[in-house]
Design a protein around this ligand. Structure first.
Ligand SMILES: CCCCCCCCCCCCCC(=O)SCCNC(=O)CCNC(=O)[C@H](O)C(C)(C)COP(=O)(O)OP(=O)(O)OC[C@H]1O[C@@H](n2cnc3c(N)ncnc32)[C@H](O)[C@@H]1OP(=O)(O)O
Length: 190
């Protein structure tokens, strides 16, 4: 993990990357702008080639206190309250997550549910659990570019099985709800 000082820089870089992806996805760049961006990207890739590490040493997605654990794969999730039986937070789908007509892409919604439901399945020292199923019901359009409320609650624990449910809301409007089963891994299982 980076030290405290560089963790701040890393967090800011991840936010910049989110902003970049939003801008890229809503741009219609000129051929000259594309060439210029490509050149810059090639330089950044070469820089990163110098610091590739094995999975265990990665930083991306492993910074617990940061929105979305410091990764950009799923929309920006910020947990504001967490406990043994549930958690709640805000999530913002950017322009990068646009499906069509102002609505978030249907595939980006399970990504966030897997994150927040998976975290509930893992709190309080519970061992590593994997998603066995994740069911999402889309109740209403999920808007992009504004903070939405998201919550997860532990429904049941049966042996190694954790059922967790979640809701995604835009104020009074229920956008989507989810249910997932997480199964605690057997000892020694990768
Ligand atoms: C900042 C710090 C970083 C940390 C990150 C923090 C959080 C990150 C959050 C992100 C989180 C992201 C997380 C991810 O995305 S994890 C990635 C996505 N998930 C996977 O890749 C999982 C692939 N599947 C498996 O590995 C196995 O199938 C598992 C482990 C799930 C079970 O294989 P295992 O051999 O262990 O168990 P078993 O087969 O004996 O079954 C045991 C029981 O479970 C019941 N069962 C099983 N499957 C299903 C099903 N589909 N529907 C209904 N029931 C099912 C089964 O009937 C049985 O019930 P019972 O007969 O005992 O009653």
């Amino acid at each position: 993990m980076p030290d405290e000082a560089s963790a701040g820089d890393y967090a800011a870089m991840i936010e910049d990357l989110r902003g970049f992806l939003d801008r890229l996805s809503s741009a219609r760049p000129s051929p000259e702008a594309v060439r210029c961006l490509r050149e810059a990207l090639t330089g950044w890739s070469a820089e990163l080639d110098r610091s590739q590490v094995p999975e265990h040493d990665r930083v991306f997605g492993r910074l617990a206190g940061l929105p979305g654990r410091g990764q950009t794969m799923s929309p920006r999730l910020e947990i504001v309250e967490t406990g043994p039986d549930g958690s709640r937070g805000t999530v913002r789908f950017g322009r990068y997550h646009l499906g069509r007509n102002g609505a978030a892409h249907g595939g980006s919604i399970p990504l966030v549910f897997d994150e927040i439901l998976g975290q509930v399945a893992r709190v309080n020292g519970r061992s590593l659990a994997r998603t066995a199923y994740l069911r999402v019901d889309y109740r209403s359009i999920t808007p992009i570019d504004r903070d939405l409320e998201i919550s997860a609650r532990l429904v049941s624990v049966t042996g190694r099985k954790y059922v967790v449910a979640g809701e995604l809301r835009d104020g009074p409007v229920l956008c989507a709800e989810a249910e997932a089963l997480f199964v605690e891994l057997r000892p020694g299982r990768p």
